[in-house]
Design a protein around this ligand. Structure first.
Ligand SMILES: C[S@@+](CC[C@H](N)C(=O)[O-])C[C@H]1O[C@@H](n2cnc3c(N)ncnc32)[C@H](O)[C@@H]1O
Length: 213
């Protein structure tokens, strides 16, 4: 069964606003700013949860497809008229898209990262990733325990979290496998990363992975 905060979008938003001190929507805005920076006709939003990016896409004539395993979040997005693929994103047929985005969800795939990177690069040449690297889940005590146990999409608790160092190390590993370029745009509570592989359109990637500092 999904954890309580994954059972209703308002509960989820409230919890995230607590964790982000009111700045929950801002993390989507960072992704949206990057999406809007280059011509993009189609977006696949992995583990979308909320529909903030979908709303922006609809307003900008960008074809949006969301993928999520959570039936509550999927039903809500469908009711709003959005195209949704419900299921484990490593078991579904991902749509080829100009850009993939994933916000606050990579930690759910910690034990399946090679398969995730394989799946994305088969379908796109651009991937915008926003991932928490400083979070309550890494702290001890009751709060840390709550944060770790609150992230259950229905299949299992996701207790693992990245920090800045482990995320960079993982990205370097995947770069060696796939040869994509990777730019760290910012790193605060979340690390914001743009990965690109030169695509059929000849669009080049950014510089090799380096710290944003
Ligand atoms: C922390 S939420 C992030 C939601 C949203 N992207 C955001 O930034 O707020 C993680 C999302 O990943 C989804 N999820 C977790 N494991 C998944 C899987 N194996 N396949 C598809 N979605 C998954 C959950 O249902 C949830 O909506």
């Amino acid at each position: 069964m999904p954890s309580l905060i994954y059972s209703h979008i308002q509960l989820y938003r409230s919890a995230m606003n607590l964790l982000y001190a009111g700045g929950y929507r801002q993390r989507f805005q960072h992704v949206i700013d990057l999406l809007g920076a280059v011509p993009t006709a189609s977006v696949c939003d992995l583990c979308f949860g909320d529909t903030v990016i979908a709303d922006w896409c609809a307003a900008h004539d960008v074809r949006w497809t969301g993928v999520d395993i959570n039936p509550h979040f999927c039903a809500r997005a469908r009711r709003r008229g959005y195209r949704v693929i419900e299921g484990d994103l490593l078991s579904v047929d991902l749509p080829a898209s100009d850009a993939f985005v994933m916000a606050g969800s990579l930690y759910h795939f910690n034990d399946r990262l090679p398969a995730l990177f394989d799946a994305v690069w088969q379908r796109s040449s651009r991937w915008i990733l926003s991932e928490p690297v400083r979070n309550l889940s890494s702290s001890g005590g009751v709060v840390g325990r709550w944060a770790r146990r609150s992230a259950n999409p229905g299949d299992r608790h996701a207790a693992f979290r990245f920090n800045e160092e482990s995320l960079l190390e993982m990205l370097r590993d995947q770069q060696r496998r796939h040869g994509f370029t990777c730019r760290v745009v910012s790193s605060d509570r979340d690390m914001l990363v743009v990965m690109e592989r030169p695509g059929a359109d000849g669009r080049a990637g950014g510089p090799a992975l380096e710290s944003h500092r």
